[in-house]
Design a protein around this ligand. Sequence first.
Ligand SMILES: NC(=O)c1ccc[n+]([C@@H]2O[C@H](COP(=O)([O-])OP(=O)(O)OC[C@H]3O[C@@H](n4cnc5c(N)ncnc54)[C@H](OP(=O)(O)O)[C@@H]3O)[C@@H](O)[C@H]2O)c1
Length: 315
Amino acid sequence: MRALTIDHSAPGHLTLREVPDPEPTPHQALVRIHSFSINHGEAAFVVPNGEEGTVPGWDAAGVVVRAAADGSGPAAGTPVVTLGAAGAWAELRAVDTDLMGSIPEGADLGAASALPVAAGSALRGLRRLGPILGRRVLVTGASGGVGRFAVQLAARGGAHVVAATSDPAKGEALIRLGAHEVVAADALKDIAPVYGVIDVVGGPQLVSAYDALAPHGTLVAMGHSSGAGEDFPYGALFGDGGRHDRSLTTFFLMDDAEGLGADLEWLASLVARGELDPQIGRRDDWGRTGEALAALLGREVAGKTVLDIRVAAGL
Ligand SMILES: NC(=O)c1ccc[n+]([C@@H]2O[C@H](COP(=O)([O-])OP(=O)(O)OC[C@H]3O[C@@H](n4cnc5c(N)ncnc54)[C@H](OP(=O)(O)O)[C@@H]3O)[C@@H](O)[C@H]2O)c1
């Protein structure tokens, strides 16, 4: 099969070349990949630091060509959305059946491929907040891949959504996605208290967002796209002034894979019904993955980037 492999001598650290087909374990299905999406962490860390010759990639969608030998997961011919620690940027992928969900027949595989890391994290991060119906939830980095899903899912969950962005030009798009308020990223000090925060930016925004938490509120520290450290002023973690029992919790999607396949299936069904917009800001041929990664890091893409695999003759 052909795959994008880490090649530190190539521009963008990637080469498209022939590699051996993956060998599925008994609990894995073999999937022909049609499309994959890329994430900030892959662009910033995985590709520049990856092991030479390995096939990166977390998110992909395709069609099962061989079901898992242990009988778990979908049958051959089923369209699926898949997640894994590596191997998505290839024509074939061996995937744990716990980390895949069926996609409705005829749905756009590219749209589904945008889901696993970004929408999966948004969904599971929001669950960490507990019940959000009728409560104020702040999403930082709201215009990014995770942020756009978090805004939509929080609104769907009945929250009053406050979207923070450093780019005011994106405010209208965030309102259309379901945000009730859009605030400037550097003005978080002025917002009314929030019950929960999904933070993907870190640095000073996390510190200000924590300060905006109401009593018993929770901040989920999910991402660090600012690259900045968090410097809490003395007293920030006191529970005085009535602001008791506030939590700051870290999050890593792959720490707890239980139920992820079912979550991906639900998210894909929402997309297929037009109830969740994957916000694809760039869609390209997989031969241009290097450029797409650079554009993502350069903050040139509004939302998710999807790459489509041209099927080679004979496959
Ligand atoms: N822990 C996990 O399991 C997990 C899962 C998914 C993602 N993440 C992390 O979450 C973060 C966001 O992921 P993503 O896919 O949403 O990334 P993304 O599409 O690049 O969006 C990140 C957003 O952060 C905001 N931002 C503020 N300062 C920034 C800066 N200096 N550079 C870049 N962006 C900046 C921007 O939004 P505004 O312009 O609206 O401010 C940007 O759109 C990343 O750090 C990623 O690694 C972690």
